[in-house]
Write a new protein. Sequence first.
Length: 100
Amino acid sequence: MLAWALAASGLASVIGLNGYFFVLLMNNLRVGPVIAGRPLPWLVLQLSALATAALSMLLLWSGSVRRADLPSPVRRRLLPLVGGGLLFMPWGLYWGLLLP
């Protein structure tokens, strides 16, 4: 279940950021409703990025705790997913998705 949630939130964050930038460029940088000084779509993207970071750390922790219980094929399938989640964190920091 954690793996599916991590894959979905990571995909939504990456595609959502690209879509958000595309919409900004097409609308001459008009953003729409602003809450707490940030556009609403940006806040949604930040929540998705935060979920991705939290889920990747949670999956890494649970995989290391239950390592003996997991069969080898499951570990091999989770390794790229957790690796992608960990690589997402510096990418999210660079683009400002994980910054307050």
